[in-house]
Design a protein around this ligand. Structure first.
Ligand code: F6P
Length: 374
């Protein structure tokens, strides 16, 4: 069996805390196994443009606690790259560049989209292995993703701090959290920060129910409220419109019908932007309380990784090195309790993990009287 001598490492998708810890974990552990490592710049773009940097003991030192990624990142998809207005499949170029650089395998560190892109390269014959990162915690088949714990800490602290203003000014503060189409971050930070209302994409909300819960608090003498809303949370009305548009797209048989339905979905997405501001305006009207909005945004993805994320990234990264030496490819290194397991990429790619409606965190939120908008 051919020995692995040299591997590439890339980080793709949104940056998050813990990426450098993972690069260091994989890098140091492969060097210890006498395998060379090179960094591929800016995600899959570097694989397409053949942009690499050497990774040695020196470049891997001092990065454990550093936020972002020393390799850079991008959201480029190798199978659908737009070049001069034309969409092209660049997977063969990726394979050719790996060959040129003598790479026996590529480690792809990323979220849901990266798992899909890596799988598509694996299908083309590239030896890939992936690690799950994202503040959204929505990668399937793993207990956790690194980045999430740090974001949870940041978002919880923000909600804690917003309490002072909400309380002092007798206001409603609507705080928007990231998470793409999953509610993990908002639900956990909302619970940990004691938000009075938590709105997640998995539970479409009724503005009237939220206003009712806030008015009930006022009647009991508490005339401030914190509403934690996920960026992907939907009102019941929007949720129904999205459901219908998606159904139309999956029923579409001709290219023009598919394009029309996809355009409709894109329009809905665009209209949905600004949802948090609209919710705040409606709550102000319905409750008579002053309402303010805080959008946490990229603050949630920045800075030093928490101890939990450093540990997770290091243990998955080092387990990845072991699997590389054993030539186990086409898998994601998943976290299961204290262990790291290889999960075939076809079980991960395109299978985003939302919050199950019967999840214990949802039960806990309800049990302490939190309104979930339903
Ligand atoms: O996946 C991480 C994430 O921060 C999501 O929570 C968010 O929806 C998205 O990335 C934002 O993407 P971008 O960095 O491309 O604006």
């Amino acid at each position: 069996m051919k020995q692995i001598r040299r591997i590439g490492i890339l980080t793709a998708g949104g940056d998050c805390p813990g990426l450098n810890a993972a690069i260091r974990g994989v890098g140091k552990a492969v060097l210890g196994r006498h395998i060379e490592a090179v960094g591929i710049r800016d995600g899959f773009l570097g694989l397409i443009e053949n942009h690499t940097i050497p990774l040695d003991k020196q470049s891997l030192a001092g990065i454990l606690t550093v936020g972002g990624t020393i390799l850079g990142t991008s959201r480029v998809k190798p199978h659908r790259m737009e070049i001069n207005g034309r969409v092209r499949d660049m997977r063969d170029v990726c394979l050719a560049n790996c060959k040129k650089n003598g790479l026996d395998a590529v480690v792809c560190i990323g979220g849901d989209g990266t798992q899909k892109n890596a799988f598509r390269l694996f299908e083309k014959g590239l030896a890939v292995i992936t690690l799950p990162k994202t503040i959204d915690n929505d990668v399937a088949m793993t207990d956790a993703t690194f980045g999430f714990d740090t974001a949870l800490g940041i978002a919880t602290e923000a909600i804690d701090r917003l309490h002072s203003t909400a309380h002092s000014h007798h206001r409603i503060i609507v705080v928007e959290l990231m998470g793409h189409r999953a509610g993990w971050l908002t639900l956990s930070a909302g619970i940990a920060g004691g938000a009075d209302v938590i709105l997640i994409p998995e539970i479409p909300y009724s503005v009237k129910q939220i206003a009712k819960a806030i008015r009930r608090r006022s009647e009991r003498g508490t005339n401030f409220s914190i509403v934690a809303i996920a960026e992907g949370a939907l009102s019941r009305d929007y949720a129904a419109r999205f459901r219908e548009a998606k159904a139309r797209r999956s029923r579409a048989r001709t290219q023009s019908a598919i394009d029309r339905a996809s355009g409709e979905l894109a329009n809905l997405d665009q209209q949905h932007a600004g949802n948090t501001l609209r919710l705040a305006q409606r709550l102000e009207k319905l409750t008579g309380l002053e309402c303010r909005v805080t959008i946490l945004g990229y603050v949630q993805r920045g800075g030093t990784p928490s101890a939990v994320d450093r540990l997770l990234a290091t243990r998955l990264g080092t387990a990845c090195a072991e699997l590389i030496q054993e030539r186990v490819f086409g898998v994601m290194v998943a976290a299961r309790a204290d262990e790291a397991y290889p999960v075939p990429l076809d079980q991960v790619a395109g299978k985003r993990k939302g919050v199950p409606i019967d999840h214990p965190w949802i039960a806990a939120a309800r049990a302490v009287g939190t309104c979930l908008g339903d």
